[in-house]
Design a protein. Structure first.
Length: 150
């Protein structure tokens, strides 16, 4: 007989229900990055070596003179572009502009934003410093749907 986690009015003890979850409850903290001129082969190696589905492509803001998130390149982007040629760069293939959310954003709102932008990954940012904090994927939202229901 296996033990089942106790259920509360708002979901399991590990995960709030979708109605009560925020992006912070579901996101993966931290991001893996690549340079805009990284080749698809380099990007694919980083993804495969780290078992991740996307990288944040960094770029320089000429306005602010600092490095910022410029785009997101997913494994599907690499597959789509790589079938023709691996000579392309991350910048040429990445989704731009980046769809962003804050950790305090209600998860349901973030999921709707993902659907509206056809974005399987969104960047979670610190709105004050515009710095990446993590990634939220559609699979992260599915986890809340699976485990967070009361």
């Amino acid at each position: 007989m296996s033990a089942t986690p106790p259920i509360t009015a708002h979901g399991s003890y590990l995960m709030p229900s979708l109605e009560h979850a925020t992006v912070a409850d579901a996101m993966h903290p931290g991001v893996m990055t690549c340079e805009p001129d990284s080749t698809l082969t380099q990007v694919a190696r980083m993804m495969a070596s780290n078992h991740i589905h996307c990288l944040v492509v960094l770029g320089v803001s000429h306005e602010h003179g600092e490095t910022l998130a410029w785009g997101i390149i997913s494994d599907l982007d690499v597959l789509r572009a790589g079938l023709d040629s691996t000579d392309q760069t991350a910048a040429a293939v990445a989704t731009h502009p980046v769809v962003t959310v804050e950790p305090t954003t209600p998860l349901r709102e973030a999921a709707r934003l993902m659907l509206a932008n056809d974005a399987p990954h969104v960047l979670v940012i610190d709105s004050r410093q515009q710095r990446p904090l993590g990634i939220l994927s559609t699979l992260d939202v599915a986890g809340v749907l699976a485990w967070g229901e009361a």
